[in-house]
Design a protein around this ligand. Structure first.
Ligand code: HDE
Length: 715
């Protein structure tokens, strides 16, 4: 930026009140650093009021005399402040914190056999989507790595209207009936009297509610697993949860569960890492999504249908209308029918991410509902909540919510009507107005004519009564480290519950899932007595393990989309650094330079290497694998920095692959890791004995689970 030759920020004038600050000084716009941002007199566009009146001074209110009172007639001030006062809208009662992106959905396989949904007919055809990920319990400003379910909501802008698939990253839910939802959420969110704890389930009221809600046991297994601490929004599976109904052009119905499978595979962090990420970068997930898209690293998911007939549904040992159950992929496989690529960040967070209004009731011809009582309640809730949040039944007119196909009807008026409907006719049928929109039996949405009979009852079907079989199936489908993590999470959460009776009540339910699980949690809680099983109307039956339910069992080697942190000092070896950079990039990951100062370091070859992070701002929790490349002198100096020592200790403790030069030895010693031995630990890659390719291969295979019992007590 060019410096203003004669107008410096120190220039005082009666106009700016003599303050040394950014603002209008004479004819130039000057920043505190004295940089000229923009020439006045040639603005990009004229600043105006909302009425289009040009504004001459946006820095000073209208006063009676330079030091006199501000005048009420200052319509420019009043309009600006009034608008500011109304900038916030109520945050979502759940899923308040989220991040979203635009993208495309491409049909890969014609689904005409099962649905007439227009966007699933022609392979290769693409439509726009807008996808929002979220946490559930935390407020809008809470941290990203809370242990929580993640929302996974997709708005498909199809040629037959908007289809909203408002799903989660977990395929089951806590409760079976929508009438229980307000209680569940009240118990999970902050206590009403003290407004804490924020964004966590580790507290009395949540576990009290859970201890009294046995139908939540399957979901509890999922939320205590690593699914609730994902590595990235880009690395999450997504699920429509409920059984929906597809209807084809001939009117035949097929049941369906919707699945999203990430190209980068489902991946998670470890708990201690999650806790530390929340401090190091509370925006970890939203930053990750934003930066990936910004740098052209577009996240992608496969869209899959799990379709089944009424006969298949009847043959399953559970009810497909019960949202606490999965249909194992091994029983009914997934059919890949499309893909979604997110390729554009929003232009404006509020206008798009905040105002997007997903509604479970937004379906298109060819997609219909089932009698799942949880889904049925959602069909009311979302539209109702948008009315509250966005303030008008015209929320569909907000650009992000507008269908991208023609839409017209005879609904009129209401707050913030944006359109100007023309003509005399606003009713139907009418004999006036030949161009008035009309219904069409042939092309309009037709509800599947399911036969419904029955008495009016407030009951739960008997087929919903088994709360343990699938909870057990989930637990036994996990690999050993994953089971360890479920045990550890339960111990952590229940240890934050101050009510001994509640802890014991939860244990009495865990024992119905798996005795070893309950015994291990009891040991971790320090409980010595016998655990009495809770009464279970339907005891846990045996189901085959489903390896598809495990993240680790499905994981494939790879560093694509990951981040490697490289700790350097002055004197870093240019050739090795270049080799590491090229290898990391070739593996599809990004290399970040972490240095003692943000300006960077001077390499052994004399080049200035700028840093991405100062060491205290770039702890190893932000990376998937790390490389330690200090000079000899630099290694000794870093060992005096607690943050550098923690960088190494945490990387080891979080089971990451560490490539290092002998010059990093003082950091290991200071970190209490003198025993760390590359001969037995496959994640310690000692340069130059080992090659950079060895580091990449090790990092591609993920965390070093064998190290875990050494760094943490596993009950
Ligand atoms: Fe939601 N849920 N929910 N939910 N939900 C909302 O709608 C509700 C449920 C889900 O990014 C709210 O716009 C009820 C299951 C997502 O904007 C609200 C019940 C699943 C999002 C609401 C459920 C979800 C929401 C709050 C029990 C997975 C965020 C703000 C019957 C299938 C969407 C809003 C976004 C948001 C109600 C249960 C997913 C109040 C009553 C099950 C991803 O309408």
């Amino acid at each position: 930026m060019a410096k203003s030759p004669n107008k410096t920020p120190a220039a005082k004038s009666p106009v700016n009140g003599g303050q040394d600050r950014a603002g209008v000084v004479g004819e130039t716009l000057v920043a505190p650093g004295g940089e000229l941002h923009q020439q006045a007199g040639e603005p990009a566009s004229q600043l105006t009021t909302n009425q289009g009146v040009p504004i001459s001074d946006n820095q000073n209110s209208l006063k009676a005399g330079a030091r006199g009172p501000v005048l009420l007639q200052d319509f420019i001030l009043r309009e600006k402040i009034m608008h500011f006062d109304h900038e916030r809208i109520p945050e979502r009662v759940v899923h308040a914190r989220g991040s979203a992106a635009h993208g495309v959905f491409e049909c890969l396989d014609s689904c005409a056999d099962v649905t007439s949904a227009d966007f699933l007919q022609r392979p290769g055809e693409r439509i726009p989507v807008f996808t929002r990920f979220s946490t559930v319990a935390g407020n809008k400003g809470s941290m990203d790595l809370a242990r929580d379910v993640r929302g996974f909501a997709v708005k498909f802008y199809t040629q037959q209207g908007n289809f909203d698939l408002v799903g989660n990253n977990i395929p089951v839910f806590f409760i079976q009936d929508a009438i229980k939802f307000p209680d569940l959420i009240h118990a999970a969110k902050q206590d009403p009297d003290r407004e804490f704890p924020q964004a966590q389930t580790a507290h009395d009221t949540f576990w009290d509610y859970i201890s009294l809600t046995p139908e939540s046991m399957h979901m509890i297994m999922w939320i205590m697993s690593d699914r609730t601490i994902p590595r990235s929004y880009r690395m999450m599976e997504g699920f429509g949860v409920h059984t929906f109904r597809l209807v084809n052009a001939a009117g035949a119905s097929t049941f369906v569960k919707f699945h999203w499978r990430p190209k980068l595979n489902a991946q998670s962090v470890v708990w201690d890492e999650a806790v530390k990420i929340n401090g190091a970068d509370p925006d970890f997930h939203r930053r990750d999504l934003w930066e990936a898209i910004d740098t052209g690293d577009f996240p992608e998911w496969e869209f899959c249908l799990q379709t089944f007939t009424q006969d298949q549904a009847d043959a399953l040992p559970f009810d497909v209308l019960d949202a606490t159950k999965v249909i194992p992929e091994e029983v009914i496989p997934l059919r890949v029918v499309g893909r979604m690529v997110l390729d554009r960040n929003p232009d404006n967070f509020f206008a798009e991410t905040e105002q997007v209004a997903y509604c479970a009731s937004h379906v298109v011809p060819g997609i219909d509902f089932t009698n799942d009582p949880l889904l049925q309640g959602r069909l009311f809730s979302y539209q109702d909540t948008q009315l509250k949040r966005l303030g008008s039944p015209n929320f569909h007119q907000i650009p992000i919510n507008q269908p991208k196909c023609p839409f017209h009807n005879l609904q009129r008026d209401g707050h913030m009507q944006m359109g100007i409907p023309k003509g005399q006719v606003n009713y139907e049928p009418s004999s006036l107005g030949a161009d008035v929109a009309r219904e069409s039996q042939a092309t309009g949405y037709r509800t599947f004519p399911a036969l419904e009979t029955g008495e009016q009852l407030r009951v739960r079907p008997d087929a919903f009564a088994d709360h343990y079989t699938q909870a057990r199936m989930f637990f036994i489908s996990q690999t050993e480290p994953e089971r360890d993590h479920i045990v550890a999470a339960l111990i952590f959460e229940l240890s934050k519950c101050n009510l001994a009776a509640v802890r014991e009540a939860v244990l009495s339910r865990l024992v119905n899932i798996d005795e070893t699980l309950a015994a291990r949690v009891a040991a971790g809680l320090g409980l010595r007595g016998e655990i009495t099983p809770a009464p279970a109307p339907v005891p846990a039956g045996e189901m085959e393990p489903s390896p598809a339910l495990s993240i680790l069992a499905k994981s494939a080697p790879g560093l694509v989309g990951r981040k490697v942190g490289c700790l350097v000092t002055d004197g870093v070896d240019d050739a090795l650094l270049e080799e590491v950079r090229q290898a990391v990039t070739a593996a599809g990951a990004k290399l970040a330079i972490v240095a003692p100062t943000i300006t960077g370091v001077v390499t052994a070859g004399g080049a200035l290497l700028p840093a991405d992070f100062r060491v205290d701002g770039g702890p190893s929790v932000l990376f998937d694998a790390v490389v330690l490349m200090p000079s000899d002198e630099g290694g000794a100096a870093l060992a005096l920095e607690a943050t550098a020592v923690n960088f190494v200790r945490d990387a080891f403790g979080h089971l990451k692959v560490i490539g290092y030069l002998p010059s990093a030895a003082p950091l290991f010693v200071k970190g209490g890791l003198s025993d760390a031995n590359p001969d037995v630990d496959a994640g310690l890659i000692n340069f130059p004995k080992a090659a950079v390719a060895d580091f990449i291969a090790a990092a591609e295979s993920g965390r070093i689970w064998a190290r875990e019992p050494m760094v943490r007590k596993v009950f």
